[in-house]
Each structure stands twice: as structure tokens, then as C-alpha cells.
Design a protein around this ligand. Structure first.
Ligand SMILES: [Zn+2]
Length: 282
């Protein structure tokens, strides 16, 4: 069962706008490093067209349920199913479907997951499909690697970039903050560290005893990049709080302290001592 909640909010806004202005493209390339949001967004679009509820797409009406569970006659999914590549035999049935008109709705949807795994023959069959003019079909290729899609296929699609851009924004932010590109590349575990740093921040603010335990756990890293990243996140959280009037004073105090502790870190005070000082001083 596909979960519509996993659809990407920004892309959903964009596609909804296209839908309302009758400008939905006949072929899309969703570039999504993890593909989960890409697939959910593709299904969101199918539900947007075919939903029979009032708030389209509701995800709960009979049509949406059939689409999301893979049982709607107008929505096709091509995927690896444990194989190494997507073969021409998986694309051919789509071509046969093109000859028919939609069974229930106004449009049919061909969704291709892991499009980077299409064989050359499958790509060529797909190309034919994308060249067929009149059929009311939306083909959505979802891939984690735009560069592995044949340029001739790519050029026939409208390309939407998922999450990757968010990651790029973060990279830009980190560069501006003062990490160099080697250090940014070193942050392979940043999501986990970020989550733990958020807990840590919360514990400091609540003067929770667990803050010291967390500090010692965070202090286990010897990577300068990770240490910088931890302070980057802490300051970001404090800065965000500065925007809110009610907590302004406390956030100012905490931010001052964070600056001080980060300076200690930069002047080679041990990372553990920096974090201890932060917890105890606040
Ligand atoms: Zn529905």
C-alpha cells in the first residue's frame, strides 16, 4: 500500500497547480535519491485525477484505495521486483495499453520505478511510447540517477528534482557556516547526529539530567567535521528560537553560551569538556 503522506509537499504543490491549470505534462522524470517520495508523489498525481471523494485526493475513497493498493485498471507500475534491470518485456505491455482508452478515468498513469535500470532495448521501447502523441497517458519515470537516463528519453520529460535540492541547500549552508567540502563529504551519518543533537538541545533547555549523558555520547566523535556539525545544529536551533518572542531571552542566553563553547572547541578544548561546560553552565 502506497502512503500518500510520503509524497513531497513542494512537488505536490507544483503538480496541483499544473493540474488546476490543465498543464500536467505527458511525461515526467522524478529525480529522487531515495525514490520513496517520488513514487508516493507519482501516486498522488494519479489519485488527484481519479479520486471520487470531495477533497481530492483523499486517499480513502474506493478509487484511491484501489490505486494505492495497485488494483486500479488505469494505473500501471513497472518495477524491478528483485531483478537487476527493467526489461523490454516490462515496457511492451504499456505500449499495448496505449491503444486502449482509459477504462474508468480521463487519463492513465504509467509509473516506472528505478528508471535508471531500464535496459537499452527497454529505453527504446519507452522512447516510442513517449513519442506517441494523442493517448491520454501520464508517464512518470522515477529515478535516483538522472545521468543514467538516456538523453533522448530525458529530453521528452519534464524533470522534477526531489530531496536532492534540500541536501544541496544544506551543503551550501554548511559551506557558509565554515565547513570545507571535505568535511561536508565526511558527514555521512549527519541525519542520526542531527536527530541526537536535537534531543540534546531539548534536554539542555529543559535542564534535563539526561543532557550530560547525551553530551558524553555526542562527545565520543573524534571527527572535527562532526563536532562542527553538532554546534552548527545547536546554533541553528537557538537562532530559530530567537525568532519567537516568548522564548527570546532564554534563546539569547543559550546562543551566547553556544558561541562561547564553540570557540572553546575551536581553540582545542576537548570536545567533551565543551559539551559538559555547555550543559552545566546553562
Ligand atoms: Zn479518493
Amino acid at each position: 500500500m502506497i502512503d500518500l503522506k510520503k509524497a513531497d509537499a513542494a512537488q505536490v504543490t507544483f503538480l496541483n497547480d499544473a493540474y488546476q491549470h490543465n498543464k500536467v505534462a505527458h511525461a515526467y522524470l522524478f529525480v529522487d535519491p531515495i525514490q520513496e517520495a517520488g513514487i508516493a508523489t507519482a501516486y498522488w498525481l494519479a489519485c488527484r485525477f481519479l479520486c471520487s471523494g470531495e477533497n481530492k485526493p483523499d486517499g480513502t475513497c474506493n478509487n484511491c484505495q484501489r490505486i494505492l493498493s495497485g488494483n486500479h485498471p488505469d494505473v500501471f507500475l513497472v518495477k524491478l521486483d528483485g531483478k537487476q534491470s527493467l526489461s523490454i518485456d516490462q515496457i511492451r505491455p504499456l505500449k499495448a495499453e496505449l491503444a486502449k482508452s482509459p477504462i474508468e478515468g480521463s487519463r492513465r498513469f504509467f509509473i516506472i520505478e528505478n528508471a535508471e535500470k531500464l535496459t537499452l532495448a527497454a529505453n527504446n521501447a519507452l522512447l516510442n511510447l513517449l513519442e506517441e502523441p494523442v493517448a491520454p497517458v501520464v508517464t512518470i519515470l522515477v529515478t535516483n540517477n538522472e545521468n543514467q537516463i538516456l538523453p533522448t528519453v530525458r529530453s521528452r520529460t519534464q524533470i522534477l528534482h526531489f530531496e536532492e535540492e534540500v541536501q544541496n541547500n544544506r551543503a551550501v549552508e554548511l559551506l557558509e557556516y565554515g565547513l570545507n567540502s571535505n568535511e561536508i563529504a565526511e558527514l555521512t551519518n549527519s541525519e542520526k547526529i542531527e536527530q541526537e543533537t536535537k534531543y540534546f538541545y531539548q534536554e539542555i533547555k529543559e535542564k534535563d539530567n539526561l543532557a550530560l549523558v547525551r553530551a558524553h555520547h555526542l562527545a565520543e566523535t573524534n571527527s572535527t567535521a562532526e563536532q562542527k556539525f553538532i554546534f552548527f545544529i545547536l546554533k541553528k536551533l537557538a537562532l530559530a528560537e530567537l525568532q519567537k518572542d516568548t522564548t527570546r531571552l532564554a534563546a539569547t542566553k543559550l546562543l551566547d553560551l553556544l558561541m562561547q563553547c564553540d570557540q572553546m572547541r575551536a581553540s582545542n578544548v576537548s570536545f567533551r569538556n565543551c559539551l559538559d561546560y555547555l550543559v552545566l553552565k546553562y
